[in-house]
Write a protein that binds this ligand. Sequence first.
Ligand code: KE4
Length: 431
Amino acid sequence: MSLSQEYYTAAGKRMPGGVNSPVRAFGGVGGEPIFFEKAKGAYLTDVDGKRYLDYVCGWGPMILGHAHPAVVKAIQECAKEGLCFGTPHPLEIALADKIIDCMPNIEMIRMVNSGTEATLSVLRLARGYTKRQKILKFAGCYHGHHDALLVQAGSGALTFSTPTSSGISPAVIQDTLVAQYNNLDEVSDLFSRFGDTIAAVIVEPVAGNMGCVPPVPGFLHGLRKLCDRYESLLIFDEVITGFRIAKGGAQALYEIKPDLTTLGKIIGGGLPIGAFGGRKDIMEHLAPLGKVYQAGTLSGNPVTMAAGLATLNQLSEPDFYERLNTRTTYLVNKITELAKKAEIPLVINQAGSLFTLFFTTASTVQHLEDVHTSNLASFKCYFHAMLKQGIYLGPSAYECAFVSSSHGEEEIEYTLQAIDKTFSTFLSSIK
Ligand code: KE4
């Protein structure tokens, strides 16, 4: 028995499934989760000393790679001065300024401790501001695990085929409307029926929780126009895309002005974080200024602020995104060539340094129904074949692969060799 297996047995006695977040549990791919204890650059090292090339990157935060010296130093320097004050701290201003400089549609911001907390809070704000109740989301999009949005959700909720979790009161989700991603007709129809009761539309501007599914041309602009017409708010959930696909996030890339934005992951540099922000006239409805209550013991924690600031400063390096996204495009194009050579039906969706392989004969994957045409057996085979070759992918067909700036030419070439071998030997048995 490996040390990882021993840890898994011990963990299972204390934590449901031996994990603190379901998607880590390998439920979507079979086998036992691996326990890791070190990470540096593009690599993870498990408790048995085996090194893996990492394409999970903490599910997004580690865009610089693991344990970046500037980020570690910032955390160490800040921690020496104190960990948790429960008071305002200058670093909260510094990170807020940095985020707002990069994402000017965010006029004011509130720091929280997770993406879930950010979307939970932003919904309350939207309802408080508009005095309306209904929220419109998209099937396969995941906005964290709070009740109102855990309806036909993506990510782990999809992996475990529990699109709507148990334990949720029907009263809570009666105000949650669901449309198909990239389907403006469905959105328009829901607006024509419920328009003046819809507080907000919340959308992942590039969906990252049913695998990577970018918006089709006109989809996001169409949402903006419908929200304007019915005086509902447009919320971009940029917990994944914020500072990932561009310095200004998807809203900069697609030139759309959401009313509110949620962030997380990268802005905390690997420490627990979330944030929401947007139009000043809306944000001023938040306590202590307004009547929409929201609070958090560790919100704006100085050590987290320091980690986030050090990370965003590195992202401001010239050409950072051009280099990262170009390298990802090279990888994706080469994988496409390898799949053609092996005659394996495959659609790869990419957005910046996010990508997902869909083992499907469909020509495109533009929403959850398309995603469901994927061959899950092929994905499991691909996942384990790559794991055997020391490449750690997200253990679910409904997640993205994340590339970091630590993934250099050597890492990319090794990945392509592993995929070539996987396609030519492992997958041929089930294509
Ligand atoms: P957290 O509460 O997990 O910090 O963030 C929730 C969330 C909100 N919005 C989007 C677009 C998200 O992708 C997420 C969380 N992402 C998943 C991975 N796809 C988190 C991984 C996990 O659940 O362990």
